[in-house]
Ligand binder design. Structure first.
Ligand code: GN1
Ligand code: MG
Length: 334
């Protein structure tokens, strides 16, 4: 049973009919989500995580820009529900922002288990990049400064390890040392475009039969940047285990080839040679960055990525590290 804060927040949005229920809805690692029902339609209410998104106005401005852009092209995307005063988000008494979308019925997050599934990921985000290519990236806000920046993430890990505020370093030190000693290529200096910045498979909603085209969701990180970060997240999330905390993971090279080929097919007209050449680097860079981020959050006491049990972020960091090691030998040898 969700807190009364979600029920109170729901009452501020212009839904079609009286609300009959508000239920917690499982979602990603960051925001809290609630399924709001009326007799006629359902909605997804979200509480934007204030420690992850300090500038929710910038986040909302980017969400509005990308959804308007895609709607204008007739492309299915998320639809924001206005508040009762005509805004698109509502702030509660503590200053936290809430927003509501039409609920996407009969869809589930994609879990990649085959090369065909991986191709779905490449096509969907490639299509997103292609359709967003005529939205001026400089019109978007920098809602999360330095979001994709492995060197900055590495420095944060180093600080968290040297402080060890929660006494968690002993169990994690082997992985901390390995990550701090590891070097990955750079994705700097590439063209700036509209990027999703969280292009993982689970941010695609597919229907049960896999028949309809997937819907690209979780638009909170849409910002200007290189689309190669998205390629990295596509590879990271399509070539390992759908559950990022799985104990064992091996890089699946056929899925890798399928995801990259499908993406290239969608965007080939758009790309420059340096972007095409950087594609094999993207998976390792982003998988490294993600392992560093999970491990840092474990050491900081799980303040960023939601956990369902103690140690989950450490397991996620280990999964991503194993995937990275296996990816580094697998790419190019397939
Ligand atoms: C978070 O919200 P969600 O679960 O889609 C995170 C991403 C990570 C991802 C790892 C704003 O995404 O950057 O890659 O977890 N989002 C933010 O699963 O930090
Ligand atoms: Mg998500």
């Amino acid at each position: 049973m969700p807190g009364s804060d979600a029920v109170a927040a729901a009452a501020h949005f212009a839904v079609v009919d009286s609300v009959t229920s508000v239920e917690a809805h499982p979602a990603g690692h960051i925001n809290d989500a609630y399924l709001v029902s009326t007799d006629r339609r359902r909605y997804l209410l979200q509480r934007l995580n204030p420690s992850v998104f300090p500038d929710t106005d910038a986040v909302m401005a980017n969400v509005i820009a990308i959804t308007n852009h895609l709607h204008a092209k007739g492309e299915p995307t998320l639809t924001l529900v206005p508040t009762d005063t005509g805004g698109l988000s509502w702030r509660d008494g503590t200053g936290v922002a809430w927003r509501m979308y039409d609920y996407i019925e009969a869809r589930r997050p994609l879990e990649v288990r085959s090369p065909d599934d991986a191709a779905v990921v490449g096509r969907a985000f490639g299509r997103f990049h292609r359709l967003a290519a005529d939205l001026d990236p400089t019109s978007l806000k920098v809602s999360l400064p330095g979001f994709h920046d492995p060197a900055r993430r590495r420095a944060q890990l180093e600080r968290a390890a040297s402080t060890d505020a929660h006494g968690r370093l002993a169990d994690a030190s082997e992985l901390v040392d390995a990550l701090l000693a590891h070097s990955v290529p750079t994705l700097e200096g590439l063209p700036v475009r509209v990027a999703h910045n969280d292009a993982k498979a689970a941010n695609l909603l597919v229907d049960g039969a896999g028949a309809g085209p997937p819907l690209v969701v979780d638009l909170d990180t849409v910002m200007a940047g290189s689309v190669l970060w998205d390629v990295g997240d596509m590879v990271r999330s399509s070539t390992g285990t759908p559950n990022e905390a799985n104990a064992a993971v091996v890089f699946e090279v056929e899925r890798y080839e399928a995801v990259v080929a499908a993406w290239l097919e969608e965007v080939e007209e758009l790309l420059t040679a340096p972007e095409r050449d950087a594609a094999p680097n993207a998976g390792p860079v982003v998988t490294f960055e993600q392992s560093v981020r999970f491990l840092t959050d474990h050491l900081l006491g799980d303040v960023y990525f939601r956990v369902s049990r103690p140690g989950e972020n450490l397991d996620r960091a280990r999964n991503q590290w194993q995937l990275l090691r296996s990816m580094e030998t697998g790419i190019g040898s397939g």
